[in-house]
Design a protein around this ligand. Structure first.
Ligand SMILES: [Zn+2]
Ligand SMILES: [Zn+2]
Length: 342
């Protein structure tokens, strides 16, 4: 099978992913073999490639995987051959620790990430425990379904953690793969709420997409919106949006950071943190880490019911380096998805 492999960390500009021919993996007793048709690209992959997030090298990246079940381990029972299955970031957790037993398997000390601790979906085939795979609702194409598995599912979790109530104001900082799905969930679940969207200055295409998807106000990070935010989600890899979000947060409001790592480049922004302006009056800061199977399992049918229409930009598998560079530059509209060769 063809795969894009990361052997050594490097800046994405150096195109560190290489095309390789590898044997098709064999499914274990509890695993299914999936012939991948589409795999989304995610900021987390940039963190792995550039060394901010340690991955088990060499590794096949990719954790927004959609494909067809083509092989079944002897002890599987949830899937049949030819089913359309999806795989997300959570590849496994121990199932027995305190965190797993209390619905927090995303925080399990044994947590393994797809395309990080084990091989993922930048390849024609992959294997997964059937307990960590999901049926994909019929209404989505393979490419539309891929970004639902990370950008969508973790956005769903972030929105839940933000604690928005109908009628309150939600702020979204950064408007890429995840935020453009979250606005659609928010507009469905909280019809009386207003959504304010903040992008990098000059990101006209992202701002236009936000307006098209129902944003009630759109501006640049650093702008002061017409009202304070009851809660906010930061989807960016930078620090300045965190400071700016805290500044325009309502008393008692909560900011959720939806990022697995932050880049160092604008860390100095944190020096402008001023206690009365940014922190006082019971403002809260919380991060979101990984997802549980419940997040993905609840979100996929909800996405079909709303329905969420992910905007995707497609690339060939061999263009993974180029797709990730565009992602880093903020030049992908909606979500980027790799298509596998036939
Ligand atoms: Zn992801
Ligand atoms: Zn556990």
């Amino acid at each position: 099978m063809k795969a894009m492999v990361l052997r050594k960390t490097a800046p994405i500009q150096e195109k560190p992913l290489t095309v390789e021919d590898l044997p098709i993996p064999e499914p274990g007793q509890k695993q299914i073999l999936v012939r991948v048709s589409a795999c989304g690209v995610c900021h987390t992959e940039l963190d792995e490639i550039e060394g901010r997030l340690p991955a088990r090298l060499p590794v096949i990246l990719g954790h927004e995987i959609v494909g067809t079940v083509e092989g079944l381990g002897a002890e599987t029972s949830n899937f049949q051959l030819k089913d359309r299955g999806g795989i997300a970031w959570i590849n496994s957790a121990c199932g027995t620790c305190f965190l797993c037993r209390n619905g927090n398997e995303n925080l399990c000390p044994e947590f393994q990430g797809t395309g990080c601790d084990v091989n993922g979906g930048y390849a024609q085939y992959t294997v997964i425990s059937e307990d960590f795979a999901y049926l994909i609702p019929d209404r989505f194409t393979d490419c539309q379904a891929a970004p639902l598995l990370c950008a969508g599912a973790i956005g769903y979790r972030a929105l839940r953690l933000a604690g928005l109530r109908d009628g309150q104001i939600l702020g979204l900082f950064g408007f890429g793969a995840s935020a453009h799905i979250v606005i659609q969930i928010a507009k469905h679940k909280y019809p009386r709420s207003q959504v304010f969207v903040f992008t990098r200055a000059g990101q006209q295409a992202h701002q236009n997409l936000a307006r098209k998807l129902g944003a009630d106000w759109v501006g640049a990070t650093g702008d002061t919106p017409p009202a304070k935010l009851s809660c906010a989600i930061d989807f960016t890899p930078a620090w300045r949006p965190v400071v700016e979000a805290l500044r325009v947060l309502e008393k008692g409001g909560r900011l959720v950071i939806n990022a697995i790592r932050k880049e160092e480049r604008d860390k100095d922004s944190l020096l402008s943190l001023d206690y009365p302006t940014h922190v006082w009056l019971e403002k809260e800061l919380k991060s979101v880490a990984n997802i549980t199977r419940t997040d993905a399992g609840e979100f996929l049918p909800l996405a079909a019911e709303i329905p969420i229409v992910p905007q995707v930009q497609e690339f060939d598998l061999q263009q993974a380096n180029e797709a990730l560079l565009l992602l880093k530059q903020g030049r992908i509209q909606g979500a980027g998805v790799l298509r596998m060769p036939e």
